[in-house]
Ligand binder design. Structure first.
Ligand code: 13P
Length: 249
């Protein structure tokens, strides 16, 4: 059975003191059974966060990494560095990385390979822009993002991949995909995986929704059969809101 996951992507928010405060508030909440809860603080606060949550079931994950093992890549972070802290999961392909840091499908394929070679789990993000949806091209765009970055992998690799559909027009805008839009796209994504890798692989891969997910809409979105959880931005910065979402299944 595929896992239910709620992951908080803190993006470039929270300094060290704010990270400690939010983690203290998160620890005061009780973790829902059968839902994996994760948070992705910034690189500078990963070590602190990891240690603060050592005895908690919340997993601390990274927002990004470089594909190289080490070398002359000023300002970058490798999988080996993350692993040395105890980090086992990394978000790759977020639309903000694609839009502001020119991350292409080709680059992301290399990052995915590097993460898997280091025994890390990948939360792979993708999603169409507003213009794509308006022109009815959302499935074409999503299919090519997934295929270009992931479909060179063998079927076994999908045990370590979580898919995160994040329509760009819904991120940080307050506009959420309707539960039906999310379900339609998630079903399409699962079928795309099934067509190449078979039903077993497709039925076991978790597909998260991201984009203005909040306590008020999470229940309905998570009730859809192909939605296995959420990747949460703004609402993950508030402990009560984040846990209201994690408890929305
Ligand atoms: P918001 O929840 O703030 O829309 O962000 C979603 C997101 O980008 C999570 O990765």
């Amino acid at each position: 059975m595929r896992k239910k996951i709620v992951a908080g992507n803190w993006k470039m928010n929270n300094d060290l003191a704010q990270t400690e405060t939010l983690i203290t508030e998160l620890k005061a909440q009780s973790n829902p059974a059968e839902v994996e809860v994760m948070i992705a603080p910034s690189f500078t606060n990963l070590w602190q966060a990891f240690n603060s949550l050592k005895d908690d079931s919340i997993e601390v994950i990274a927002q990004n990494m470089h594909f190289a093992e080490s070398g002359a890549y000023t300002g970058e972070i490798s999988a080996a560095m993350l692993k040395s802290l105890g980090i086992k999961t990394v978000i790759l392909g977020h639309s903000e990385r694609r839009a502001y840091f020119n991350e292409t499908d080709e680059l992301l394929a290399k990052k995915v390979d590097a993460a898997l070679a280091n025994d890390m789990r990948v939360i792979f993000c993708f999603g169409e822009e507003l213009a794509d949806r308006k022109s009815g091209n959302e499935e074409v765009v999503v299919e090519s993002q997934i295929k270009n970055a992931l479909f060179h992998l063998g079927a076994d690799a999908f045990k370590h991949i979580v898919l995160a559909y994040e329509p760009v027009w819904a991120i940080g805008t307050g506009e959420t995909a309707s539960p039906e839009q999310a379900q339609d796209m998630h079903a399409f994504i699962r079928k795309t995986v099934a067509d190449t890798y078979g039903n077993d692989v497709a039925n076991n891969v978790s597909i998260l929704y991201g984009g203005s997910c909040k306590p008020s809409n999470a229940k309905e979105i998570f009730s859809k059969p192909d939605v296995d959880g959420g990747l949460i931005g703004g609402a993950a910065l508030n402990a009560a809101d984040f846990y209201a979402i994690a408890n929305a299944f």
